[in-house]
Design a protein around this ligand. Structure first.
Ligand code: 475
Length: 828
């Protein structure tokens, strides 16, 4: 080969494939990878062939990135999370590779609509909600910013359940996202790990008379890694999300098999495979189940061993560089068992002294708190811990003993109350391991996810820990990736932004601020509103398909999308809808801008009241949607099976964003950011990141209502009685009483009464009635604003212009500066 030929070959490999080349590749994969033909291939086969063609580019990037990280021996962050809510990868990967237009053209020339092929992909829904989606946004930003990073998690066979409605009630079906294989994942049998659980600990003395602890495990399980390439935007790095699948260990089962226990052996097989079978569907509650603890330990142990294997490749048995090379971010306390596991590996396996090992641990781990809800704070019964991880319990006791002696007793000598409060072990009839305490003690940095939340973590959750280690605590406000949540999901608005502010906003979201100069420009206002209108028309079609409900795109689209939880107060939204409906019935000419109230939410399968709220919204919706007297001023839509893919269709079409949690309860919220970015106006409380959104967009461009964190505390302190509001506000009384009749559930009075009861006899724990009046005023304000279309357009534009802060790239930069101390690694 001549020099010239070599050069052009290299250029061809490095340059992006053209539409023509993509076409060839797609057909080649149709033949060679899928064994089918252009004439008989199904849509599914076309989609798979296209994925395979795209993967040729992805794998190039993957190899180059991994080689660069290895050769430069980079420090890397290891993100430990039980959840990754990835959604679909097809259009995301195409956008990030800059291949979307080419692929669209290639497919169209082959007779296929790219949007139809996109629908062939199942969502990768390996998470519950905010915490899982945040992890997905973060790994997108890490790759885009060329930061050496690897995400570790569990390769669940079944992700979050699929939701359907049966007579208005939620029913759950298993999610089988990879029943026929997933084209984005690569199995890596060469990197299998084995982990142990159960058994007992033996104390032995070695030849020097040194005491040693030996754990004799009761069960060995194999962890098989699946790698999902994470493609950074615009040809930057391709990082890896490594998810562990559990299998029975060959080694262990041979023993059982040989001793005649064939049936036992297959039972153990099934038990081992159960570990990665299913994602726990609880968002914000602690499951406390043995299998959940095993899940947590399984993936932490596999991941740590994987990290150590890679470290040893460059550093052998010299541990001194370990903290310089490795930082591990714990996504909430769910992976906190990694702390005693690393101690076990260092002390028991690498024969390190305790102090040296502990010094390493405390330089490696950092912990993010995502919730203050007491029911979500993880704790494990000591008895269960001892059964599953006997050696780890001993290590936790030792961590705790030293902590109480060397830290707590030094600052507060002889103060047993402090010891009781700070102890990692909660004493009592059924002693518990407090995973939050363990995480704080074992980490060098602890952060909350919005300013107000980080303050509350310090003042209300861990005040004594702050006294011990003031510098440990910090804030990193959440963010979302603008590649998925604007560029890919809202192509119309994206092209307009490209025209007005230039094309660098996807990686430099502050550029959107330039849009503010056009906020008063009538042409820009018209364009912005026209785009919103088209997006709403698209969503109206989806609504019709999924629910049969016809909605008018010229109405206000008012959207509340998030997990269903009392603290998020979907029932406050419902009470307001009921109040409006009642006003219409009382006054047929009641003047309001027509509004479509759209919900999307899954309830945890065991969360009764949450399911009742879904049922109530569906029943009230049925009645209102069919009531001729309403004259289409109100429509109520509950979208079934809310998930990332549906969010991508709803968010670009929102006029109003409902962010109405009780102040102090929503750690941050991230849907609030996505909606504002796409030009929706927030109706919100001063909670979580709403506060920071309000600071950015200004009071004219957001409708704030309700009690503040301090007012909530004060009201509770003086003794909140929801009955006062019920008796004083006739509208509240009327709509609550309405729920007890059979008006919305003909022939079945009382079916919706549980909501009323929770708000009265139940004490209204989330102050729904206290905030009702100010909520309805905030809604009235929205109604007034919308009547002035130019004024509304300006507000919407200002929302998009002013939320550049909330890109996950900024969050990641904050983590780099405040926690990880990482450097980018140029790959090309
Ligand atoms: C917060 N999930 C949002 C978001 O920081 C915040 C809890 C237990 C078990 C399984 N999942 C959970 C959460 O705690 C969670 O999703 N928290 C959310 O994290 C990202 O924006 O306010 O509620």
């Amino acid at each position: 080969m001549t020099k010239k030929q070599t050069k052009s070959l290299v250029a061809a490999i490095e340059s992006q494939p053209t539409a023509e080349q993509l076409k060839e590749r797609i057909i080649r994969h149709l033949h060679a990878s899928l064994g089918t033909d252009v004439n008989k291939a199904s849509a599914q086969a076309w989609w798979r062939a296209t994925c395979a063609a795209v993967n040729e580019v992805v794998y190039d990037g993957l190899r180059t990135t991994q080689r660069a990280h290895y050769e430069q021996d980079t420090r890397a962050v290891h993100y430990f999370s039980l959840e990754y809510l990835m959604g679909r990868l097809f259009s995301n990967n195409l956008h990030n590779l800059g291949l979307y237009a080419q692929a669209k053209q290639a497919l169209s020339e082959l007779g296929h609509d790219i949007a139809e092929l996109e629908d062939q992909e199942e969502d990768m829904a390996l998470g519950n909600g905010g915490l899982g989606r945040l992890a997905a946004c973060f790994i997108d930003s890490l790759a885009t910013m060329n930061l050496p990073a690897i995400g570790y998690g569990i390769h669940y066979e079944h992700g979050l359940f699929q939701q359907a409605f049966q007579n208005g009630r939620q029913i759950e079906r298993p999610d089988s996202w990879r029943e026929y294989g997933n084209p984005w994942e690569i199995c890596r049998p060469e990197s299998v790990q084995e982990i142990s659980v159960y058994g007992y600990v033996e104390t032995v003395y070695d030849l020097q008379g040194q005491m040693k602890k030996v754990w004799h495990p009761g069960r060995i399980i194999k962890g098989v890694p699946w790698d999902i390439p994470v493609v950074g935007y615009q040809g930057s790095s391709v990082n890896v999300l490594r998810l562990w699948e559990s299998r029975a260990s060959d080694f262990f089962n041979w023993d059982v098999f040989n001793s005649g226990g064939y049936v036992d052996a297959s039972r153990e097989n099934i038990e081992a495979e159960t570990i990665s079978k299913v994602l726990y569907p609880n968002d914000d509650t602690d499951a406390g189940k043995e299998l959940r603890l095993i899940q947590q330990y399984f993936f932490c142990s596999c991941s740590l061993k994987d990290i150590i294997r890679r470290y040893k490749r460059s550093h052998g048995d010299d541990w001194s560089q370990f903290p310089a090379q490795v930082v591990i971010q714990l996504n909430d306390t769910h992976p906190a068992v990694a702390i005693p596991e690393l101690m076990r590996i260092l002390v028991d396996r690498a024969d390190m002294q305790w102090d040296e090992a502990w010094a390493i641990c405390q330089q490696v781990f950092a912990y993010t708190n995502h919730t203050l809800l007491p029911e979500a704070l993880e704790s494990w019964s000591v008895r269960l811990f001892e059964k599953v991880l006997p050696r780890h319990l001993e290590i936790i006791y030792e961590i705790n003993r030293r902590f109480l002696l060397e830290q707590v007793d030094v600052l507060w000598p002889g103060d047993n109350d402090k010891k009781r409060k700070l102890s990692i072990i909660e004493e009592g009839h059924n002693p518990m391991v407090r995973m939050g305490h363990l995480s704080v003690v074992g980490s060098f940095r602890v952060n909350g996810v919005a300013e107000v939340h980080s303050k509350l973590v310090q003042s209300d959750l861990f005040p004594e820990m702050v006294a011990l280690w003031p510098d440990k605590f910090t804030n990193v406000t959440n963010g979302v990736t603008p590649r998925r949540w604007l560029k890919a999901c809202n192509p119309r608005l994206s092209s307009m932004l490209d025209r007005l502010v230039g094309t660098t906003w996807p990686t430099n979201l502050k550029e959107l601020a330039k849009l503010a100069d056009f906020a008063d420009d009538a042409r820009v206002q018209d364009d912005f509103m026209a785009i919103k209108q088209q997006n709403k028309a698209d969503l109206a079609k989806v609504i019709k398909e999924l629910t049969g409900i016809a909605v008018d795109p010229s109405a206000i689209f008012d959207i509340q999308i998030k997990r269903l939880h009392e603290y998020k107060r979907q029932h406050l939204n419902l009470l307001h809808i009921l109040a409006l409906y009642r006003r219409i019935l009382q006054n047929p000419d009641y003047d309001m801008v027509p509004r479509v109230f759209i919900f999307g939410a899954k309830a945890a399968p065991g969360y009764k009241l949450a399911k009742e709220i879904i049922y109530a919204i569906n029943k009230v919706g049925e009645k209102i949607n069919h009531d001729k007297r309403v004259k289409d001023r109100i429509k109520v839509v509950f979208m079934p099976n809310y998930r990332v893919t549906l969010a991508e269709k709803m968010i670009p079409a929102a006029d109003v964003s409902e962010q109405i949690s009780t102040a102090g309860k929503e750690a941050s919220g991230t849907g609030n950011m996505k909606l504002a970015l796409n030009g929706a106006i927030t109706v919100g409380t001063l909670d979580g990141a709403n506060i920071e959104i309000a600071e950015e967009v200004g009071d004219d461009n957001i409708s704030i209502f309700g009690l503040t964190v301090d007012e909530v505390k004060a009201l509770r302190a003086e003794g909140y009685d929801s009955h006062d509001y019920y008796h004083q506000n006739p509208e509240i009384k009327a709509v609550l009483d309405w729920l007890e009749t059979d008006y919305f559930t003909p022939g079945k009075p009382g079916e919706l009464a549980s909501i009323k009861h929770s708000l009265l006899e139940g004490g209204d724990p989330y102050l729904v009635l206290a905030d009702f009046e100010s909520y309805q005023a905030a809604q009235q304000k929205i109604d007034g604003w919308y009547r002035d279309q130019a004024g509304w357009a300006k507000k919407a534009i200002m929302n998009t212009a002013c939320v550049g802060k909330f890109t996950s790239d900024r969050s990641i930069q904050d983590y780099v500066d405040r926690v990880w101390q990482l450097k980018p690694c140029q790959v090309k």
